[in-house]
Design a protein around this ligand. Sequence first.
Ligand SMILES: [Zn+2]
Length: 277
Amino acid sequence: MNLYISCDMEGTAGVCSWKQCDPSDTHEYPVFRRYMTREVAAAIAGARDGGAGSIVVNDSHWSMHNLLLEELPDDDGLRVISGAPKPWSMMQGLEATVDVAFFTGYHAKGGDCATLSHTYSEAMYSVSVNGTPCSEALLNAALAGSYGVPVVLVTGDRTIVEETTRAMPWAVGVAVKNAIGFSAVNSLTPAAACEAIRSGAREAMRRVEQARPFVFEPPLELTIETAGVEHADFIELMPGFQRIGGRSVRFTASDYPLLLQAFIAATRIAAAANPIA
Ligand SMILES: [Zn+2]
C-alpha cells in the first residue's frame, strides 16, 4: 500500500500566527518547523504501524522547504519532495502508483473563522468547484480522486478536520487545535498532537478498503472570489479565465487536473498584483 503525504504547516499544533510559519522569521519559525516535522514523522510512524509500503512526502507550505530532513526516519522507502514552484504544488508527486493519501497540518479555507484561514493564497477569498466551496483539502483531494486515490487521514485544526470528514466520511480526522479566531488557538501540546496523529494514521491505514476517491463530476466550473479587484485583474490576463465580477473570475474545464493547474497558475499570477501606490 503506497502512501502519499501532502504536509502543510498552518494546521500544526500550537501554530497561531503567520510569523511561526514564515521562513524569513528567525525567532519563531525555526521552532515551529520542528513541530511540523515531528507531526509528519508521527504520521509516517503510524502509517508504518499500519503496513504502508513506499511513502512520498510533499512539503506543501510556503516555499516548500520546511521539513527538517534529519528528523525524519532513516527509511529507504521514504522520499521527500522539497522546494517551489512545482507544477502540482501541494500535490506534486501524486502518481498513479500511489494507493492512498494523507493530508497533515491542513488549515481552514479562506473566509472561515479559523486559524490562518486561506485557500492557497490570501488573494483568494473563496474558491468553488461546481458550486461547492473548497478548502485546499477538497481541491487537493479531488486531484487525488482523479487518479483514483482516496484521502484517509486529515490532521489540522478542528474546522478543516470537521469539514473534510463531512465530505469524506471514510477519512480519519485528527483535530490538534480549536480556533479562537484567526490568530488565537486552544491547542494540544506538540507531543500530545504527535501521539494522536500516530494513532490516527494507524487507524487510517485500516480504513483503506472502505475509502473512496473524492471527485467532482464534469463539466467542471471553477469560480474564484478574490480578496481585491486587482487580483481578479491579473487572473483575467490568463487565457481561459472569464471575468464575471469586480472580484470574481470563472474557468471551465473538461477534466479536473486541468482545472487545478489553472487554479495553481491563478494563485501565482494573483501574487503579482500590487495596488499602485
Ligand atoms: Zn501553508
